[in-house]
Design a protein around this ligand. Structure first.
Ligand code: ADP
Length: 226
């Protein structure tokens, strides 16, 4: 469970999140808002990539300010741009990379890599150079590499923004089948089908928080779309 208490965040003298307090306990939480409204900063707070200027963020009782490493092991993070996440030359090597610093045996790593290839439809790409993959394949690899580490939670920051429709649908399917609770920042309303709760940010404030139909109607009105 994520608990965000009276959080403010500034980059330099610019305040990008203010007065945010919220507890996230649902399985599927989405975060929407205009560009620059603070969504990505909020997502990064959840695994300690960003530590709040004031206020506290805890994950299962661990404070991101003190327990960053443990929290990053618990909370997988998928970036918008998979190129930021893929670090090894081939698909299989990239899947193994995140597992190598976790004290697992080689046999265990190999087994998890094979499972990740299978689960994410990447078997045929096993020994392909990662840089030659399509955008959708790269994002599937980035997600598979995060999932291979068996995180307790997964945070996605606009995972489909750079993808075509077909790849978006594949990612939506992967997300829908996840057992872990997820928090997803997205503009993509298709991706948010079946979500339990939607948070709406505007200029750094949490301005709506509720079931998808209510929050999304609020968001569309805020955007001047209806
Ligand atoms: P969103 O995801 O809703 O687009 P962000 O959290 O990415 O919002 O950004 C909120 C504001 O903070 C934007 O004005 C952005 O330019 C600024 N910002 C984001 N990251 C940084 C950073 N590392 N340094 C300085 N300003 C940043």
């Amino acid at each position: 469970m994520f608990r965000i208490e009276e959080v403010e965040h500034r980059y330099g003298d610019r305040t990008v999140l203010r007065d945010v307090s919220v507890e996230l306990t649902e399985r599927r939480v989405a975060v929407v808002g205009a560009n620059g409204s603070g969504k990505s900063t909020f997502a990064r707070l959840l695994n300690g990539l960003v530590v709040p200027t004031s206020g506290t963020v805890t994950v299962d009782g661990l404070d991101t300010r003190k327990d960053g490493r443990r929290i990053r092991a618990k909370v997988g993070f998928v970036f918008q741009d998979p190129d930021l996440q893929i670090v090894m030359p081939t698909v299989a090597e990239d899947l193994a990379f995140g597992l190598k610093h976790r004290g697992l045996s080689k046999a265990d790593i190999d087994q998890r890599v094979e499972q990740a290839l299978e689960d994410n439809g990447l078997r045929d790409l096993r020994d392909q150079p990662a840089h030659l993959l399509s955008g959708g394949q790269k994002q599937r690899l980035a997600i598979a590499s995060v999932l291979a580490t068996a995180p307790r939670y997964v945070v996605f920051d606009e995972p489909t923004t750079m993808l075509d429709l077909r790849s978006k649908r594949q990612i939506a399917r992967v997300m829908a089948e996840l057992e872990q609770p997820v928090v997803v920042v997205s503009h993509d309303m298709d991706l948010l089908e079946g979500f339990d709760r939607v948070l709406v940010f505007d200029e750094g404030r949490l301005v709506a928080d509720g079931p998808p139909d209510v929050s999304i109607a609020f968001y569309l009105e805020l955007m001047g779309a209806c």
